[in-house]
Every structure is written in structure tokens, then in C-alpha cells.
Design a protein around this ligand. Structure first.
Ligand code: ATP
Ligand code: MG
Length: 434
């Protein structure tokens, strides 16, 4: 079929009065008032009112529209007519209406926003849910986020890489893995690109990033965990923890600014007004974080990982994006660099939104001997890491990096409660289809 659309709804303006155009979209609403029939067509950008005057309209065109089922896909060719009362200030008087894809009724879900559907129903018929401007706006903002991240990191000299998701060994232990059958062997879905991006430092790529899936087999049932998530990862040579924190805060601020600049319409349909986070972000140490949580009445011991409740309570006190630095070495992965003069603490950080953790990062251990002993100290078998450890024996520069959860960045930016809302087809304990 040739390309028949000449315009999206928003590309037509009242001053095109008298021009013939062709739009393509879904039959959003059909109202037959006898002498006049309205067909509202919805395309990706908005709504178009198509007006059929019984007296003057071609009989076949009227018949087609009167028999149209809601949500069928149509192409409408018609003349633009300035009309102040119509959406965008114009209507179309059709000369031809073609049905390109008929919709059955009843519909599995309402798309007009008049009837609320619960999240499970919406996810079961995600194709239909996406027709709502609300849902579509979430994914168009996700696109803007990823686009601005690529632009920012490209300008900072980062090279985009793609690393394997089917792997032979665990990245860091602790996190549960999904085992899969790989020919006659057992393999796993990768929980993080960590080890591979570090190999790139020995390989001399200097600054790399990856935007890709990570798999976590934890049986979470929370509103901020998925079993398949998208991680934005960087790794950079000759930089330390503080250097990559600066890159991270500047990136977050750049992303917010880009979405505010380019996503105004989508933000409006979500009812969101963005506050651009100010840099530099506040930095508190792990010790200070524990102190704040305790002052707020949380029961937490030095050496514990932060509970969701502590995260909330510290976030409330700080009230904006912030970093927690100087973590106990024993609760961070083996590749986080311990302080030389105080090895019980390490050069790791978390970047937090007041509601939750968005990112974890660190300066990495780059000495072969230290790394090998750190792996063993964490109760892991160093033999399984041979492919990784080898890279540290033949010239590994000092390096640092972080991983930032794309879904958490998106949900906190938009003030969305449940992470499943911001994933097209979320994977959790119960959901594997669609
Ligand atoms: P949390 O403690 O909140 O479960 P984590 O410390 O286990 O997260 P990391 O391994 O540090 O997560 O991963 C880096 C980032 O990737 C996290 O800060 C988060 O933004 C994102 N992320 C990790 N696991 C998940 C998940 N299961 N679902 C969604 N995002 C995740
Ligand atoms: Mg973390």
C-alpha cells in the first residue's frame, strides 16, 4: 500500500482552510445526530473532528462512517474547514473514507479515559492501553530520556557497547539468577553488564556505556522491582568515584531539561510539571544516612543495607536528589574499591531520588591481587571469574562507573507509583505474558 497519509492531526492548521488532506488513525468516537454526523479520528498526535453534513455528503461516505465500529482504523481524505469549536480549530469535510482495519466489538478496554481500568487489565491488553494519550506519553518520554542520555554521553566521549545477556557465571553473587539451558550446559541471564564493561577498560575503549536489559530472579513483589529491567551503565578509565558522580548528576539534570524542552505536550497529558534537579546533588555519607534514619525513628544498625522505610525517611529529610557515599565494604560488591587507609569503607555510592535508589556506582578495584582476594572474601569462587580476572593481569587502568535504572528514572520523573506502568510488557513473579 502506498503511503497515503499527508498529515498528522497536529500538522493541520485552521489557515489551511480549503486544502485537501489525508489523515490516518482510529475511529475514536462516532456521533450520529441525524442531519450531521461527527467522526473523531485519533492519530498518534491528537484528535481530528470529521464532520459529515447529511445534505451535501456523498451517500457512500456517510454509509461507511455510520457503519464504522469504534477503534477501527481509517484513512480520511477531506477538505480542511476552519472551525473554532473543533479540536485544534479545524474540522475535515470528507471526500473519501476507507476502512483499513476493522475493530470487533465489544472492545476489551475503553480508550477514551472515561472508564477506569485497573493496571492488570491494561497490561493484558497493552496494545489497547497504548492508544490512551496517557500511556503513550509515558513511552514517548522514555524515548526522550534515552535519546538525551545517548546525546549527553556521546558528547562526553562515551562509546556505546552491547554485551552478552547469556552468560556462564554470576556477576556478583547475592542476586539470584535465572538459569537457562544452553545446549548441553547450564547458563544464566545476565544480572548486569558489570564484568564486561570493566573488560572494556583493559581493552582501552576508555569510556563506554550500555543501555540494555538486566535480569534479576529475586521474588520481589514491590512497586520498584522488575525481574527484567533496563540498565543504563557507564564505565570510564582514569576517573575516580567522585568524577563519575559528577557525570551522573549532570546527566540526570540534562535529561530532565531535555524532557522539559522536548516533551511539553506529553508532560501535559500526564499532568506533570518538572522541577529540574539542581547540581551539584547533596552528598551524605553512609554514616550520616544511618544517623538521619535513626533520628527519624527507623531501627537500623551500622552495616545494614538501607531498607525501603529508611530510604523513604532519609529521602523525606533531604527532599531532593542526593548521593550516599562511603559505604561499608562488606555490603557492596567485591569490585568496589576499599579506602586505602580505612578498608572497612569503600569508594561506592548510591544516587537517590527521595522515593528510592536510582543508581549504584563506585571506583573499582583494579589490582589483580586485591580483586582476587575480595572475590574470595565475599564467599565466591574465584575460578569462575578467570575470564574476568585475566584482564587485570595485563595492564588494567584505574576506573569507575555506575548503573542507573531506566524505569526508576522514568517513574520518579513522572511521579508514577508502580514501576510496571512504565514498562511496555513488565516481567514480574506472576507476569510472563504478553
Ligand atoms: P535495590 O536495592 O533497590 O533492590 P540494587 O541495589 O539491588 O537495587 P543495583 O544492583 O545497584 O540494584 O542496580 C543498579 C540500579 O539498577 C538500581 O539502582 C536500580 O535503579 C536498577 N535496578 C536494579 N535492580 C532492579 C530491579 N529489580 N528492578 C528495577 N530496577 C532495578
Ligand atoms: Mg544498588
Amino acid at each position: 500500500m502506498p503511503m497515503i497519509r499527508t498529515h498528522y492531526s497536529t500538522q493541520i492548521t485552521p489557515d489551511m482552510n480549503g486544502h485537501s488532506v489525508t489523515i490516518c488513525g482510529w475511529a475514536h468516537e462516532i456521533r450520529d445526530l441525524g442531519g450531521i454526523t461527527f467522526l473523531v479520528v485519533r492519530d498518534r498526535e491528537g484528535l481530528v473532528q470529521v464532520t459529515l453534513f447529511k445534505k451535501t455528503i456523498d451517500k457512500n461516505v456517510l454509509e461507511t462512517v455510520r457503519n464504522l465500529s469504534r477503534e477501527s482504523v481509517v484513512a480520511v481524505t477531506g477538505n480542511v474547514k476552519k472551525e473554532a469549536k473543533a479540536p485544534n480549530g479545524y474540522e475535515l469535510v470528507p471526500t473519501a473514507v476507507t476502512v483499513l482495519g476493522k475493530a470487533d466489538s465489544p472492545l476489551p478496554m475503553d480508550t477514551t479515559g472515561k472508564v477506569d481500568a485497573d493496571l492488570d487489565t491494561r497490561l493484558d491488553v497493552r496494545f489497547m492501553d497504548l492508544r490512551r494519550p496517557y500511556t503513550q506519553s509515558i513511552f514517548r518520554i522514555r524515548h526522550l530520556i534515552l535519546k538525551s542520555i545517548r546525546r549527553f554521553l556521546d558528547r562526553e566521549g562515551f562509546v556505546e557497547i552491547t554485551t552478552p545477556k547469556v552468560v556462564a557465571t554470576a556477576t556478583e553473587g547475592g542476586t539470584a539468577l535465572f538459569p537457562i539451558t544452553y545446549f548441553e550446559r547450564e547458563a544464566f541471564l545476565n544480572q548486569s553488564p558489570q564484568l564486561f564493561k570493566q573488560l572494556m577498560m583493559s581493552g582501552g575503549l576508555d569510556r563506554v556505556f550500555e543501555i540494555g536489559p538486566i535480569f534479576r530472579a529475586e521474588e520481589h513483589d514491590t512497586r520498584k522491582h522488575l525481574n527484567e529491567a533496563t540498565s543504563i551503565d557507564i564505565e570510564a578509565s582514569f576517573l575516580d568515584n567522585e568524577d563519575v558522580m559528577v557525570i551522573l548528576e549532570n546527566l540526570v539534570s540534562h535529561v530532565y531539561q531535555s524532557v522539559a524542552d522536548e516533551g511539553a505536550n506529553n508532560l501535559k497529558s500526564l499532568g506533570v510539571e518538572l522541577n529540574i534537579p539542581k547540581t551539584p546533588f547533596k552528598r551524605i555519607t553512609y554514616d550520616e544516612a544511618i544517623g538521619i534514619a535513626r533520628e527519624n525513628g527507623e531501627q537500623i544498625e551500622w552495616g545494614d543495607d538501607l531498607t525501603t522505610e529508611s530510604e523513604h525517611s532519609i529521602g523525606k529529610t533531604i527532599g531532593e536528589h542526593y548521593f550516599i557515599t562511603d559505604w561499608p565494604t562488606k555490603i557492596k560488591p567485591f569490585y568496589a574499591m576499599p579506602y586505602e587507609n580505612k578498608p572497612e569503607l569503600c569508594r561506592a555510592f548510591d544516587m537517590m531520588h527521595p522515593r528510592m535508589e536510582l543508581s549504584s556506582g563506585a571506583q573499582r578495584v583494579h589490582s589483580y591481587e586485591l580483586l582476587r582476594s575480595r572475590i574470595t572474601e565475599q564467599g565466591l569462587n574465584a575460578d569462575g571469574f578467570e575470564f574476568y580476572l585475566k584482564a587485570f593481569r595485563y595492564g588494567m587502568p584505574p576506573h569507575a562507573g555506575w548503573g542507573l535504572g531506566a524505569e526508576r528514572l522514568l517513574m520518579t520523573m513522572l511521579g508514577i507509583e508502580n514501576i510496571r506502568e512504565v514498562v511496555l510488557f513488565p516481567r514480574d513473579r506472576k507476569r510472563l505474558s504478553p
